[in-house]
Design a protein around this ligand. Structure first.
Ligand SMILES: [Cu+2]
Length: 144
């Protein structure tokens, strides 16, 4: 027979184990932020597998898309249209590099780390990255 204490504990255990615990993190797309012009803010987010990142079109003319070759192996990329507020739920542990296509050369990039203790894969920043993007990535990755 279940008494009141047992059912309360069961409910708490269910919440801890399931998707009910997943969180949504908002990232704004801005013409001007604290770190400069053409920025994602925050530019680095650490989330748990199953959490969601929502890109908010605070300013216009931006988009959010993952960078080919800079997401975890086997993970699916994403690509928002200009001014589109996309929500991406990320299940695969590792790093996701995100860019705004129109402002990529100006360094409009951000990093999502999924999971605890994520490390930078070998050669992660060795692709053909715009100089400004590479500099900001280096700063973001120093949070790992
Ligand atoms: Cu942009």
């Amino acid at each position: 027979m279940l008494n009141k204490t047992t059912t309360t504990l069961a409910a708490a255990a269910m919440m801890l184990s399931g998707a009910a615990w997943a969180e949504t993190f908002e990232v704004q797309m801005l013409n001007k932020g604290e770190a400069g012009t053409m920025v994602f803010e925050p530019a680095f987010v650490q989330i748990a597998p199953g959490d969601t990142v929502k890109f908010v079109a605070t300013d216009k003319s931006h988009n959010a898309e993952s960078i080919d070759g800079m997401i975890p192996e086997g993970a699916e990329g994403f690509k928002g249209k200009i001014n589109e507020e996309i929500e991406v739920t990320l299940d695969t542990e590792g790093l996701y590099a995100v860019k705004c296509l129109p402002h990529y050369a100006m360094g409009m990039v951000m990093t999502i780390a999924v999971g605890e203790g994520v490390e930078m894969p070998e050669g992660y920043l060795e692709g053909r990255l715009p100089k400004n993007a590479k500099e900001r990535f280096e700063e973001q990755l120093s949070n790992l």
